[in-house]
Write a protein that binds this ligand. Structure first.
Ligand SMILES: [Ca+2]
Ligand SMILES: [Ca+2]
Length: 205
């Protein structure tokens, strides 16, 4: 019979593997992305591209054009861009190419929910469809602009998928999946221990 000490030993072994995975993740080389707030961004201050080239460029680095989802993220980016001294406009993730006025994230396929527009924008002036941010008196604001214009790109590191597959080996799962699977394993072990510990309720003869 599996006793509780054995269960704890098995779990602590898995926990050790999980901890080493976390440690490895924390030391993972995000280059060229740098941590800004809770996300990792990269702005190549020597390369201006149109919106489509920017999107492809970010993807080639293992990221996407930045998906700015909150005021907190915008303010973190604002601080970072001011520190870098970047005065140019910058492309980020979002366009209304499919349906005028309905801005969609290219990386997530979902509508853009957070916006902080530059005065009188979005104005779709002469059919502006792609989203950029610009610095207005040290405040980062959003604007729709012509997709073919060339600006710097704000790339965002693409986090690993949250999808957990039981077929994946442990080394190919991210820590969220590993933790989920560990908790499930512990619960199964605890159930097994409980069932072996319970007195028999039915007569054996
Ligand atoms: Ca438009
Ligand atoms: Ca505009």
């Amino acid at each position: 019979m599996v006793n509780f000490v054995q269960i704890c030993l098995i779990f602590s072994s898995f926990l050790g593997i999980f901890a080493s995975k976390i440690f490895a993740k924390n030391n993972e080389n995000y280059h060229p992305f740098v941590k800004v707030g809770n996300k990792y961004y990269f702005i190549n201050g020597e390369l201006k591209m149109n919106w489509f080239e920017s999107s492809e460029y970010c993807r080639s680095l293992g990221g996407d054009l930045a998906n700015i989802e909150s005021l907190e993220e915008l303010l973190e980016l604002e601080k970072y861009i001011l520190t870098r001294g970047i005065l140019s406009q910058l492309w980020f993730d979002g366009n209304d190419l499919a349906n005028e006025g309905r801005y969609m994230s290219h990386s997530t396929g979902r509508p853009i929910l957070f916006t902080k527009w530059y005065s009188t924008n979005p104005d779709n002036q002469n059919n502006e469809d792609c989203l950029e941010v610009c610095m207005d008196d040290k405040t980062l604001l959003m604007n729709d602009h012509h997709c073919e214009k060339e600006f710097y790109a704000i790339c965002q590191f693409r986090e690993p998928s949250m999808h957990c597959s039981g077929k994946d080996s442990l080394m190919h799962q991210d820590e969220n999946c590993i933790l989920k699977n560990l908790v499930e394993s512990l619960m199964q072990a605890a159930d097994a221990f409980k069932s072996h510990s319970q007195p028999l309720l039915c007569p054996t003869s």
